[in-house]
Write a protein that binds this ligand. Sequence first.
Ligand code: SF4
Ligand code: SF4
Length: 421
Amino acid sequence: MARVLNWQLGREMAYPYAAASPERQFAFVFNINRCIACQSCTMACKSTWTFSKGQEHMWWANVETKPYGGYPMFWDMKILGLLERANPEGARWTGAPGRDPRQPYGTFEGRTIFEAERMLTPDSARVLGYLPTDEEWNSPNIYEDNPVGQRGRPGEFHETGEALPEHKTWFFYLARICNHCTYPACLAACPRKAIYKRPEDGIVLIDQEECRGYRKCVEACPYKKSMYRGNTRVSEKCIACYPRVEGKDPENPGVPLETRCMAACIGQIRMQGLVKLERDGTWAEDRQHPLYYLVHVAKVALPLYPQFGTSPNGFYIPPRWVPRPYLRQMFGPGVDEAIARYEHPDRELLAVLQLFRRSNRMIFGYRIFEGPKVYEGTVRGRPVTIYNDTVVAYGKDGQELFRTTVEEPIHVRPAQHANSI
Ligand code: SF4
Ligand code: SF4
């Protein structure tokens, strides 16, 4: 095993291959607070990539209702249970979340799925994981809208109603795709070396010619985003809509576009981009890149289950009504600060949040032009001031993509078209 730096864990860790950072890395931020589970993202992916015979059970993009839902069923509870057994002395985060980009969440002290030697069997020698049963792949939207109730049972409501900071009856929607991990478990486990990470954008792909369908990737991916196709007998996974990322989609030739699931998002929760990396896999400082800002400056977006150890490149703004212990387990120790900042956003954060889904073209930079003060008040006892700033998004070559304002523009329909679309 090689030693690689996992900045999300704040330490080096064991991984079967030496680190090799791509030039840029495919990454995304999902704002869970805004997801309405319309499943437009799910269907955009399905109708683009997995509509063929043999792919009926495949949902590369899915949205599940937490805490009970999951595709495949109970995927995170199962892998968390395995990790708990691999860490009999307990696993914990030490040190406070800080400014150092190599340790933004402190240090994780515990075994990852690559370090659980005592749990590995001869059949899965490299990565701790499990193979879901066929039944577990059957119901992608099971437990939709089922809340945690008074006694922690599904479907019950708490008698006192709900109020922030934590609802007593709660659920939330977790939108998921492959995280195109920095240290992919699928790649680490493949005995054929059929899985590779592209040096130009970090997208993780399965070579369909090389794959022999051993399903080691399905077993190893802790997020269960590699899937087996019965009629071709090879595995498949999210390809990050790479023709769009490469600028080859006829929708806008030559321009890097966000993926289909991002572009279709009705709730405007999604932003995807390509971030610059240092040689050791940490994010290079790119202060005016919106993803760099959200993850490393405002720190409102956090990785999904960083303790797994794959260094996922999907980041989430946590849902602010959910009990914190549940969120800390899911997103690590940065949760409390992230929610505090999101609830009381400063001027820059409020402006950057307006960039979500104003365009399908990938954003590589932004600039804010100050506008007038439009609101002054308090939110849950803390002062909030809102300015109607203008935020401008720039593309790959520095060209302006669009500009928008903090206050949503109001369009009044002309009287003769009042009832038409
Ligand atoms: S999420 Fe799973 S399938 Fe995707 S790169 Fe990471 S380990 Fe591989
Ligand atoms: S399209 Fe957006 S809002 Fe709708 S389910 Fe998907 S992530 Fe949520």
